[in-house]
Design a protein around this ligand. Structure first.
Ligand SMILES: [Zn+2]
Ligand SMILES: [Zn+2]
Length: 818
């Protein structure tokens, strides 16, 4: 009786062997054909490795192992994103200090990750909470500060009342805190900002050439939110020194601007309000500022608007009319200049506002075919906002009859000539607020001196070590817990030597992750953040795989930091990741996984029961990796059976040395190698697995014993998915060296691969309508799908349904339709 496949025994053996032989520890300086395979490092929660982590990492690990088998030296590092609110909230919840909790979590994560058999170079693991790491996070802050890209300023910021900290705009989802879902409010606080807006256009332009998932690029484009139009200056009557600047995408509607509206925070509000209106304006502004961000954004969407007249008037630069200046909460300081020109005929919100307050409404753009006989005093029932190709101006003086597209250029040009405006580009993206009034992060390395103001900590004094603060719970004060450590905050000013105070804010955890991939190749260097030569050799990252939820956070920030460091002379490239692919998400039995539903897949349980190889492979079998799939426990057994059969075919008996028994089988082998190679390269792991299963069925048809030439390539092909099983079988095939040590990936003969295809006649109701090429042995379902995709077949089905299928394998399919 042949020996049975025991996944746990095999996996234990090979994990130990890999450790001992240091198989995945890369010779960073000596490696040739380097390939940097990166995945998004996890934050080590107390609950341990999430199945979502395993899904993401498995797909990335398969890609890395595939490259390794093809002869690359693959560097696959891992680390822990262990600073930040998420980790800190866990510590608060459990009542354990993060300095105690986090190392414990990391230890647990490390054990779980090792158990999954990922090919990590553990010597180069990074823990961002270690001073040897965050010393360089602080160094990066200093470089940006010196480069004029970091700035402290008072600003309305998003404040989470539950997390008791500010949030970046990117961390506010639908007006709620991304971490705890509490509604976010506004606060005015001194904050540190990175000027990512200086890079808005470049961040946008480079999307044209970087090889990323299209949907991720789209999310970034939307977030950057470029719009083109004009800045227009309006004179304010009685204030010759002040001009009210607005940004509009529709300068062609300027003749229809019949009022102006300022955001309640606009600095002019208090200065231009007339005495008669001052009390009303003050009251309105006070109420508006007390509203939280959610309500403010809602104010823009609701029909009912609120506002107050400042009593001041501006002059419309093209009509020279006096128009009133209002304050209303639907105008946000964060868009444009915090002021708008009200064009009620062509903007819904302005229309609602004008209707409510009895402000004039004037149509200025209409469809060209309505131009003849247009009545200039026509009334509108609703704003006319449709923007078609064929529009012309009316009620617009010398621009009457001019097509809108041309009017945009001409009016902008006229404004520019008059010194009253200019072509302008506006971006939705805002500067990145990086300060957090929390404990668990790298202290921002600056010192406040009464005499010298803000003084950066000298680089040689880094790191500014995060002190142990017993009570690290944040409070309402808006001042971080570091202020509670007298020992920490009181310091000598590096400039004048006088008494000074350290900054008590820590930096956003997204700053830690904005550069971690630069650190991996240089973890053993304590004199530099990243070694120049190694960086040149390994970066930019060759393949980065991660979740799309990071499209506008981590992925945008790391691009910005890379560009900034490039411009400051520290990096030879400006984009961090050559290639990025997002992975899909998995659900369980049709439902989203969540703790409250109690349906979360706990990786440890499955690994114990089926082994890591089966768990890994099953996760990849659920669906296309970039789309995700539905986890059902019974499905994993199918993978286990497949592995039993692979084991049985290789380890179960004597393997002859002859070539594949038949031409058909040989052709099938080459076709399978071709398909699996292409599928893995394209992250189509599910179809690669299906092709290998099918091939094994063919090789063992009728229960025949397989030959070595038939199964050895299969062992190599399963290696990225089931690395332990593949190693064991490789050894049993007589190889002394690890399958991952050489270029073991099988090659194929194109001609043979194509020979495994057959022509299949496709009939509709018994009449030949098409011929399709399919893989020999393709199933009825596969052939039927391919047939239905044929245009000629669709034409002859004429909307009817297939009621019956007649299938002759490799020859014919007849679709009976009614
Ligand atoms: Zn929160
Ligand atoms: Zn000083």
């Amino acid at each position: 009786m042949a020996e049975k496949y025991d996944p746990v025994a095999v996996e234990t053996k090979w994990q130990k062997r890999w450790d001992e032989t240091r198989l995945y520890n890369v010779d960073i300086e000596g490696a040739d054909a380097p390939f940097y395979n990166l995945m998004m490092y996890p934050y080590p929660s107390a609950e341990g490795l999430h199945v979502g982590n395993v899904y993401a990492f498995t797909g990335a690990d398969i890609h890395g192992r595939f490259k390794q088998l093809q002869g690359h030296t693959v560097f696959e590092p891992i680390g822990f994103d262990a600073f930040g609110i998420h980790s800190e909230n866990f510590a608060l919840e459990l009542g354990v200090h993060p300095m105690e909790l986090i190392p414990r979590n990391i230890e647990n994560f490390t054990r779980q990750l090792k158990r999954m058999g990922f090919m990590y170079d553990w010597d180069r693991a990074v823990d961002v909470t270690r001073p040897e790491y965050y010393k360089w996070t602080q160094w990066i802050f200093l470089q940006l500060y010196k480069g004029g890209l970091a700035e402290r300023r008072q600003a309305p910021v998003n404040w989470c009342p539950s997390c008791k900290t500010v949030l970046a705009n990117e961390q506010v989802i639908d007006g709620r805190c991304e971490r705890c879902s509490t509604e976010v409010t506004q606060r005015f606080l001194d904050q540190w900002f990175f000027k990512i807006t200086d890079y808005a256009q470049r961040l946008l332009d480079n999307l044209e050439w970087i090889d990323w998932s299209e949907s991720t690029k789209r999310l970034q484009r939307n977030w950057i939110g470029r719009s083109e139009g004009a800045d227009i200056d309006f004179q304010i009557i009685g204030h010759p020194d002040k001009k009210l600047r607005v940004f509009t995408t529709r300068p062609d509607t300027l003749f229809g601007a019949t009022f102006m509206v300022l955001a309640p925070e606009h600095p002019y509000v208090a200065r231009i309000s007339t005495d008669a209106q001052r009390a009303a304006v003050d009251e309105y502004v006070k109420n508006a500022l007390a509203m939280d961000v959610v309500e403010r954004r809602k104010a823009g969407e609701e029909r009912e608007k609120s506002g107050v007249d400042t009593g001041a008037k501006a002059i419309n630069p093209v009509t020279n009319e006096e128009i009133s200046i209002w304050v209303a909460d639907y105008v946000l300081m964060e868009y444009g200049w915090g002021a708008i020109m009200g064009v009620p005929a062509h903007d819904e919100r302005d229309f609602d506002f004008a209707t409510q307050y009895g402000l004039p409404i004037r149509i200025v753009v209409i469809p060209a075919d309505q131009y003849e006989g247009f009545d200039p005093s026509a009334k509108l029932e609703a704003a006319f906002t449709e923007h078609t190709e064929d529009e012309v101006l009316v009620n617009s003086g010398k621009f009457d009859g001019v097509p809108a597209a041309r009017a945009i250029k001409e009016i902008t040009g006229w404004l520019a000539e008059q010194g009253r405006g200019a072509h302008a580009v506006n971006y939705r993206i805002h500067d990145w607020c990086i300060s957090r009034q929390r404990y668990w992060g790298p202290p921002i390395p600056v010192i406040h001196c009464d005499k010298d103001g803000i003084v950066p900590v000298p680089e040689e004094d880094l790191p500014v070590t995060l002190p142990f603060v017993e009570n690290f719970r944040p409070d309402e004060s808006g001042v971080g817990p570091l202020a509670r450590s007298a020992e920490f905050i009181n310091v000598e000013c590096p400039k004048c030597g006088g008494p000074a105070k350290r900054e008590t804010d820590v930096s956003d955890t997204f700053l830690d992750s904005a550069w971690y991939f630069m650190r991996y190749p240089s973890t053993d260097r304590h004199d530099v953040p990243f070694d120049v030569e190694r960086t040149k050799k390994w970066l930019p990252v060759d393949m980065y795989i991660g979740g799309e939820e990071h499209a506008v956070l981590h992925l945008m920030y790391s691009r910005f930091i890379t560009m900034a460091l490039h411009d400051l002379g520290h990096l030879p490239f400006e984009e961090p990741y050559h290639k990025f692919r997002k992975h899909g998400l998995i659900i369980r039995e049709g439902a989203k996984m969540s703790k409250s539903r109690g349906n979360v897949v706990i990786p440890d349980e499955f690994v114990e029961k089926y082994g890591a190889d089966a768990f890994r492979t099953y996760l990849m079998f659920l669906g296309p990796y970039e789309e995700g799939g539905d986890f059902r426990e019974q499905g994993i057994a199918g993978i286990s059976r497949f592995f039993d059969r692979v084991w049985d075919a290789v380890a179960g008996g004597e393997l002859g040395d002859e070539p594949p028994e038949t031409d058909e089988l040989n052709q099938k082998l080459h076709a399978t190698v071709k398909k699996v190679t292409a599928d893995i390269a394209g992250l189509q792991y599910n179809t690669a697995i299906a092709a290998m299963m099918e091939y094994l069925n063919a090789a063992r048809a009728g229960g025949r014993a397989a030959r070595r030439s038939e199964v050895e390539p299969l062992v190599a092909m399963i290696a990225p998915f089931a690395p332990h099983l593949a190693e064991e079988l490789w050894e049993r095939l007589g190889y002394k060296e690890s399958i991952f040590a050489g270029a073991s990936w099988p090659t194929y003969d194109e001609k043979l691969a194509l020979a495994d295809q057959v022509d299949i006649a496709v009939q509709v109701n018994g009449r030949l309508r098409a011929t399709i090429r399919a893989q020999r042995g393709a199933s009825e379902a596969q052939v039927k799908q391919a047939a239905l995709d044929e245009e000629a077949v669709q034409r002859h089905m004429d909307g009817m349904e297939v009621v019956k299928t007649v299938f002759v394998p490799d020859r014919l399919i007849n679709l009976v339709v009614k």
